[in-house]
Design a protein around this ligand. Structure first.
Ligand SMILES: *[C@@H]1O[C@H](CO)[C@@H](O)[C@H](O)[C@H]1NC(C)=O
Ligand SMILES: *[C@@H]1O[C@H](CO)[C@@H](O)[C@H](O)[C@H]1NC(C)=O
Ligand SMILES: *[C@@H]1O[C@H](CO)[C@@H](O)[C@H](O)[C@H]1NC(C)=O
Ligand SMILES: *[C@@H]1O[C@H](CO)[C@@H](O)[C@H](O)[C@H]1NC(C)=O
Length: 469
């Protein structure tokens, strides 16, 4: 079941009833953050969304010269939010990394991804302030470019992280030491760009901030999955972002952010040579951003789906590999449509592979849900147990469901066929002319099901088995 956007009316009644003390128990779940926003809205029902955002920004102390340059002074936004609520908001929004690699200022969303709130909310505020639809002043600087510009030489980006609890999340621990931009910051920044652009269109009906966040983060997929889902939902974060942004634009905005920061600090303008050099460095750094967050599909790491540890010592693959083998899980037979269900499916397959089959780990390298995400199995580096006799030369990618007579959603097939494949090639994990095959082509099995097998025969990279190899 999607914890998602709950029974809103019930929640609202509860919010009103316990309003003064509830914030003490608010977690770092987007649902709780939305509840807090509702309380802010309920205090001043006539407030425009932009006034609500300003009051949040004031509570969070997001009022430096860079932000004011685009959004104005947050102090000029009517009465302050009460101390309890503002304490929660400040903690939830204030982004920082602690020494023990905890990331603060981020919330878990119902789709299983984590977002930094500051770039998200600054992007929306910029969009609401824009005079012309689609031309939002400061949109990229406030969401992504300022952070990217803080150290344009660093190539490494990320990492993602994991929560202490999925039902009442409080602590988010990064999987590695932080870089200039974590995955949660990128997620929040992308959402800020996408939603900021959307709300800049004044011809659309204006929404309360809490409603906008609810529609975007809490949409529950129907049985057709993403094939029949609305355009503007968090599960489509990367595709929407790709539709709006080309890398040279982002490069220009990063350079502009650096220029503005220098100006605000009273430093001299960059000369032509300095600017050229900076642009070249940013352009180089942007390649990694594009690879990780625009080419690659969004991936749910092992710790997020609740994986048991690998038993024993994994065998490293020797990269790049030459094959990708397509599977279906058969059991579970139904496509999974929520983070909770897909995660439960991953855990049950891992249990079966470890307990009943006696393997070290879930066999597959990657698994495609129908919720818009790829779930990490053994991943890029460890040899899998998916395609007997071929595990050292290829990745095994499985679709959750039984595809003997029907197909996975077009969306989840696209994630594997287009994005996972180009991500693997771009990251040096698969050779550029790799061969894609169905499990049944090399092992005596009906996997990946007749329907799915017939489908993949039309995919780029599909290859017959060469005799005498
Ligand atoms: C905003 O108000 C706070 C106190 O309410 C004050 O400390 C801060 O300096 C003000 N900031 C600006 C930019 O006016
Ligand atoms: C496998 O790779 C990891 C890093 O990716 C490395 O730390 C480890 O030593 C490698 N193991 C072997 C047996 O080469
Ligand atoms: C793939 O490309 C490499 C080098 O570019 C070449 O040696 C190899 O034969 C190609 N493999 C196939 C299956 O075409
Ligand atoms: C493939 O498996 C089926 C049933 O599992 C069996 O009847 C058949 O003989 C097998 N074929 C080969 C070539 O091993």
């Amino acid at each position: 079941m999607d914890k998602g956007c709950w029974r809103q009316t019930v929640a609202l009644v509860v919010v009103v009833l316990v309003s003064t003390n509830a914030e003490a128990s608010f977690s770092r779940h987007m649902n709780d953050f939305i509840k807090a926003v509702k309380q802010v809205e309920a205090g001043h029902p006539a407030s425009e969304p932009v006034a609500v955002l300003r009051r949040l920004r004031r509570a969070a102390g997001l009022n430096d010269a860079f932000i004011q340059h685009f959004l104005g002074n947050a102090n000029s936004s009517g009465p302050e939010i009460g101390a309890h609520l503002s304490g929660y908001i400040k903690k939830a929004m204030h982004h920082r990394m602690t020494e023990d690699t905890k990331e603060e200022g981020v919330v878990l969303t119902p789709d299983g991804t984590t977002v930094a709130l500051t770039p998200l909310l600054l992007g929306i505020e910029a969009g609401l302030l824009s005079k012309t639809a689609g031309r939002v002043r400061g949109l990229y600087q406030l969401t992504l470019a300022k952070d990217l510009s803080s150290s344009p030489l660093t190539q490494r980006l990320g990492p993602d992280g994991c929560w202490d609890s999925l039902t009442s999340p409080q602590v988010f621990t990064l999987l590695d030491s932080p870089s200039v931009l974590t995955t949660a910051q990128v997620n929040g920044g992308m959402d800020g760009v996408v939603l900021g652009m959307e709300v800049s269109d004044k011809s659309k009906r204006p929404l309360k901030l809490s409603s906008l966040l609810t529609e975007y983060y809490c949409h529950q997929l129907g049985s057709k999955g993403l094939d029949a889902a609305p355009r503007l939902i968090s599960r489509r974060r990367r595709e929407n972002f790709r539709g709006l942004v080309v890398p040279p634009l982002l490069t220009r905005k990063v350079v502009k952010s650096v220029e503005l920061q220098r100006r605000l600090k009273g430093r001299s303008k960059m000369d032509v040579k300095e600017k050229k050099q900076l642009t070249a460095e940013v352009r180089e750094g942007m390649k990694e951003f594009v690879h990780m967050y625009m080419d690659c599909p969004p991936m749910i790491p092992r710790c997020m789906w609740g994986a048991e540890p690998y038993r024993g010592t994994p065998t490293n693959l020797s990269l790049p590999l030459s094959f990708m083998y397509i599977h279906h899980t058969y059991t579970p037979s139904q496509p999974c449509l929520t983070f909770e269900q897909c995660s439960a499916d991953m855990r049950s397959m891992q249990r079966f592979h470890q307990e009943d089959r006696g393997w070290d780990d879930i066999g597959y390298s990657f698994v495609a849900g129908s919720d818009g995400y790829i779930y990490q199995g053994r991943g890029w580096l460890w040899r899998g147990a998916h395609t007997l006799g071929h595990n050292s030369i290829g990745y095994g990618v499985s679709f959750i469901g039984d595809y003997v007579t029907r197909l996975p959603s077009q969306h989840s097939m696209g994630l594997v066929r287009d994005q996972l494949a180009s991500c693997a090639v771009g990251g040096g994990r698969l050779v550029a002319n790799f061969t894609l095959q169905g499990h049944r082509q090399v092992v005596n099995t009906s996997c990946p099901g007749d329907a799915l097998y017939n489908e993949i025969r039309g995919w780029e990279h599909y290859g017959e088995v060469k005799k005498g190899r």
